[in-house]
Design a protein around this ligand. Structure first.
Ligand code: ADP
Ligand code: ZN
Length: 243
C-alpha cells in the first residue's frame, strides 16, 4: 500500500535517479537499441549488463541500483524501498514504474538503454509498453542450485558495482577492477535470497513466455564458467540481431 508521503515523493520527483554504477560510455549512432536483461537473482545479470552496455554504448539502468542509491541518500523512496528489499519482496509497481518512466525521458537514453531488473512481473511489462519500445530481451537461464551459494557468497564493489565471490577473493577486500571497497549486500542472506528466488519463480519467470510470444527474446544459459564465456555468446546473439 502506498502512503501519502510516497505519493508526494513521486509527484514531486523527490527521489534519486542516478545509479551507483555510472561507468558507461555512450558511443553514438551504430547500435541504437533498447534492451531488457532478464534472469534470476544471481544469474549474473549485473556483470553481463556492464559488458553489454559498454560494448553497444547503451545506458545501463538497474532498478536495484536506483533503489540502493535512494536508500543511501535517505530519500522517501529509499525508505519505502528498503522495507521491501530487506524482505526480498518487490517494491510496489506504482513506485517502480514511475521511476523507470521518468528515467527513460533523460537525454542519455536516446542512443539506447539496457534495463536490468525491470520489468519484474507482467504488470510492469505491460506498463513498460506504454512508454517504451523494446527491441530485444536477453534472458539468462541458470540452474537454481547454483544461486543460493552465489548470492550468499557475493561481494559487491561500492564504486563500480562489479560482483565477486568470496571463494575467489583470497581474503581481498577491495575491487580488482577499480580498487573500491567490497561489501556484502544486506539482502544477500539465506532467508532473503529464498524469498527473492520465490518471487522470481512466481512473478518474473512468466515474462520469458511473454517475450517469447512477442518473438523478441534471446535465450542463454549461465553456468560456473567465467562471465566472458557467456558474454561472447550474448554478443554473437546481439550482433546477429542488429545486422
Ligand atoms: P537481484 O536481481 O540480485 O535480486 P536487484 O538489484 O535487481 O537484485 O534487486 C534488488 C531488490 O530491489 C529486489 O529484490 C527488489 O526488492 C527490488 N527491485 C529491483 N527491481 C525491481 C522491480 N522492477 N520491481 C520491484 N522491485 C524491484
Ligand atoms: Zn570496482
Amino acid at each position: 500500500m502506498l502512503t501519502l508521503h510516497v505519493l508526494q515523493a513521486i509527484l514531486f520527483k523527490n527521489f534519486a535517479l542516478y545509479e551507483t554504477r555510472t561507468i558507461y560510455k555512450i558511443k553514438k549512432g551504430k547500435h541504437n537499441m533498447n534492451l531488457i536483461l532478464l534472469g534470476a537473482p544471481g544469474a549474473g545479470k549485473g556483470t553481463q549488463a556492464t559488458k553489454i552496455s559498454d560494448r553497444y554504448g547503451l545506458v545501463h539502468i538497474s532498478t536495484g541500483d536506483i533503489f540502493r542509491a535512494n536508500i543511501k541518500n535517505g530519500t522517501k523512496i529509499g525508505l519505502l524501498a528498503k522495507s521491501f528489499i530487506d524482505k526480498g519482496e518487490l517494491v510496489p509497481d506504482e513506485v517502480t514504474c514511475e521511476i523507470v518512466k521518468d528515467r527513460l525521458t533523460w537525454e542519455d537514453c536516446k542512443n539506447g538503454y539496457l534495463l536490468d531488473g525491470f520489468p519484474r512481473n507482467l504488470f510492469q511489462a505491460e506498463e513498460l509498453e506504454k512508454f517504451a519500445k523494446i527491441d530485444g530481451v536477453v534472458n539468462i537461464n541458470i540452474d537454481f542450485k547454483l544461486l543460493m551459494d552465489r548470492l550468499c557468497g557475493r561481494r559487491v564493489c561500492k564504486e563500480c558495482g562489479e560482483s565477486f565471490h568470496v571463494s575467489t577473493l583470497n581474503g581481498a577486500t577491495t575491487c580488482s577492477r577499480c580498487g573500491g571497497e567490497l561489501y556484502q549486500r544486506k539482502d544477500d542472506n539465506p532467508e532473503t535470497v529464498g524469498s527473492r528466488l520465490n518471487v522470481y519463480n512466481e512473478q518474473t519467470a512468466p515474462l520469458i513466455d511473454y517475450y517469447t510470444k512477442k518473438g523478441i527474446i534471446l535465450n542463454f544459459t549461465g553456468s560456473e564458467a567465467p562471465a566472458e564465456v557467456l558474454f561472447e555468446e550474448i554478443k554473437a546473439g546481439l550482433d546477429q540481431m542488429t545486422k
